[in-house]
Design a protein. Structure first.
Length: 479
């Protein structure tokens, strides 16, 4: 069972990695057809869509997965799936009603009715994306990871083709980008229904399962909204205190931080399975081997991720100018803050498994609320002063606080002897280098400091080996 889980996780992760790569393919086309203000508008609309989706999801994805495996027969499982599908179709009604207020929402968010049609299209995109999510989950329930990857890639390829046609060739701007998302999702939903998922439905709606799923999912609505506040609300702070151009810079910086997120995904796929396998098989109640594995795995991740984040940050301006245009160059200043934020995020997920082992998951609730409130407070203070850099800085501080608090609490239940002083020195040194050198280049116009960048990367590489984060022996091969 563990080997099957590991295999499926790798395949799903591969699909997500391909999807992100294909998504990056659109960046040079969109950034040449859209201004930073347009790109910021597109990002803001995406954040608005995520907010509506967090509410309109009703927690049904989790509820359906839970009750699908509770159903005792294939007929009942088919009823669960079809009931979910019908609720999703009925879920089109609230967005349609909300769409009548598109003009008012445009004024509320942007102080103008100019973006009424964009708001309307964004609202319509919500039920389409939720139907896409409903379809994709069926492949996971039936353990069809490759088929899942196929529909994921098809959606991305259709999005690329339609997006380039509408945005670049026909010059429909942000409206074209939003329509490309609707069209690509619709194509996949219809194709999936005809070729695979439609055959898995019993085509019989069940009020019994509907009540259970809605009751199960209702509390998850608020968890989804809280997650949105924590991860995405800074765009609306930027919109209120600054402008769409600043959001465009922030979004480009976030896009060029994707390699760290892909690395994080790989760690998430492997660490949990390997750690808990070793923990449960180890006879010694002190679990020394599991603790050793936790330390070595994390420090190896930290050694690699800080080097990668520093590389992306030091050469961020060059990457942005090459892939996008010089109009988006300022966005490179957000890269160090966001890449190191993602490292901190993976750190609090990987370090200190004690909370999970002790089954004290309520700690995650108060830690999340604490850091979410901190993030909101910092956005109020930082964004009016420093714009998109302030938003990125708020994210970094919040994630680091979450990391340190969670690791401290987890250590109460399962103490792991992490070399915290070395970890913090390495993390902070990498971050300081990643911030200062790009600032010297852009703000003080000292020219291209390529030699200094290479020296700094070599310094971090040597330090990672001195600290034992990236070992020079054959430990990796033995593992």
């Amino acid at each position: 069972m563990r080997s099957l889980f590991f295999k499926d996780t790798i395949v799903y992760g591969l699909g997500k990695g391909i999807k992100k790569f294909i998504g990056l393919f659109l960046l040079p086309f969109y950034t040449r057809a859209l201004t930073p203000e347009d790109y910021g508008l597109l990002s803001t609309l995406g954040t608005f869509t995520m907010l509506l989706s967090a509410f309109m999801n009703f927690g049904l994805d989790s509820a359906t997965g839970f009750y699908y495996f509770r159903a005792h027969s294939m007929m009942e499982k088919g009823k669960v799936l079809f009931t979910h599908f019908v609720i999703r179709l009925a879920g089109i009604i609230p967005p349609l009603i909300l769409s009548f207020f598109s003009a008012r929402l445009s004024v509320f968010f942007f102080k103008t009715q100019e973006y009424t049609w964009l708001i309307f299209i964004s609202i319509i995109l919500v039920p389409v994306n939720l139907l896409m999510s409903e379809q994709s989950h069926i492949y996971r329930y039936y353990r069809k990871p490759w088929q899942y990857n196929v529909i994921t890639v098809i959606k991305s390829l259709v999005n690329i083709g339609v997006g380039i046609s509408l945005v670049v060739i026909l010059k429909w701007g942000v409206i074209g980008a939003q329509l490309a998302s609707i069209i690509s999702s619709t194509v996949v939903v219809i194709g999936s229904l005809i070729l695979y998922t439609g055959k898995r439905y019993t085509w019989s709606f069940s009020f019994y399962w509907a009540r259970k799923m809605l009751r199960f999912g209702f509390p998850l609505i608020w968890a989804g909204l809280a997650a949105w506040v924590y991860n995405s609300s800074d765009r609306f702070f930027l919109l209120h205190y600054s402008n769409l151009t600043e959001i465009g810079y922030y979004s480009v910086g976030n896009t060029f931080s994707q390699p760290i997120q892909l690395l994080n995904m790989a760690v998430q796929m492997s660490f949990g399975v390997l750690f808990f396998k070793l923990y449960n098989e180890e006879k010694n109640p002190e679990k020394p081997e599991a603790k050793k594995m936790a330390v070595e795995s994390y420090t190896l991740y930290l050694g690699i991720s800080v080097l990668l984040a520093t590389l992306l940050s030091l050469f961020g301006t060059d990457l942005v100018n090459l892939v996008a245009t010089k109009d988006y160059g300022k966005g490179a200043l957000a890269i160090p803050f966001l890449t190191f934020s993602f490292i901190a995020a993976q750190s609090y997920q990987t370090m200190g498994p004690g909370i999970t082992l002790a089954e004290k998951n309520w700690h995650y609730t108060w830690i999340t609320i604490l850091t979410a409130l901190l993030n909101i407070g910092l956005n109020f203070v930082f964004i009016p002063r420093w714009g998109f850099i302030g938003a990125a800085g708020s994210t970094l501080i919040s994630f680091v606080v979450y990391w340190q608090v969670k690791q401290w609490v987890a250590g109460k239940y399962f103490p792991v002897n992490y070399p915290m002083l070395k970890i913090l020195i390495y993390f902070l040194l990498g971050f300081v280098i990643s911030v200062i050198i790009p600032l010297l280049e852009t703000k003080f116009i000292l020219g291209n400091l390529y030699l200094l960048k290479i020296i700094c990367l070599l310094l971090l590489t040597v330090l990672s080996q001195v600290f034992g984060f990236i070992p020079t022996n054959n430990w990796i091969i033995k593992s």
